[in-house]
Design a protein around this ligand. Structure first.
Ligand code: HEC
Length: 102
């Protein structure tokens, strides 16, 4: 239930253009809470695979953005395109490549 509310908040505050500092903080929280539900709070993996920066090293941001936008058919990885703007998804892809919890 909490997740659904968070989705609604994020979806309605999504706007075109650059990701602001505040939006970045919201997305950071989304990665921790919502992606973390499957990939682990520290992205080490759980139901979904390890998606820490060191594991994704060498992957390309556009390819990751596409996975995040469209999901992976026939797996638990959901498409985020209906919930997040492209700028948000691109920001998350870069964030996964750059930031690690540890
Ligand atoms: C309901 C569970 C679930 C949620 C929530 C989820 N994922 Fe996933 N994700 C998966 C699973 C399962 C896979 C692996 C699918 C497969 O290929 O078997 C995956 C795969 C991925 C991959 C591909 C990893 C690789 O090495 O190719 C990326 C990137 C990814 N997820 C990012 C995210 C991000 C970012 C979020 C949050 C916006 C997220 N996921 C939310 C379950 C989830």
């Amino acid at each position: 239930m909490r997740n659904i509310l968070l989705f609604l908040i994020l979806a309605t505050t999504a706007s075109a253009g650059e990701v602001s500092g505040q939006r970045a903080a919201e997305l950071e929280n989304l990665v921790k809470q919502d992606c973390g539900a499957c990939h682990g709070m520290t992205r080490k993996g759980g139901l979904g695979p390890d998606i820490r920066a060191k594991t994704l090293k060498g992957r390309d941001a556009d390819g990751l953005a596409q996975i995040i936008r469209d999901g992976i058919p026939d797996t638990a990885m959901p498409p985020w395109g209906p919930l997040l703007a492209d700028e948000d998804i691109n920001w998350i892809a870069e964030y996964l490549l750059e930031e690690s919890e540890e």
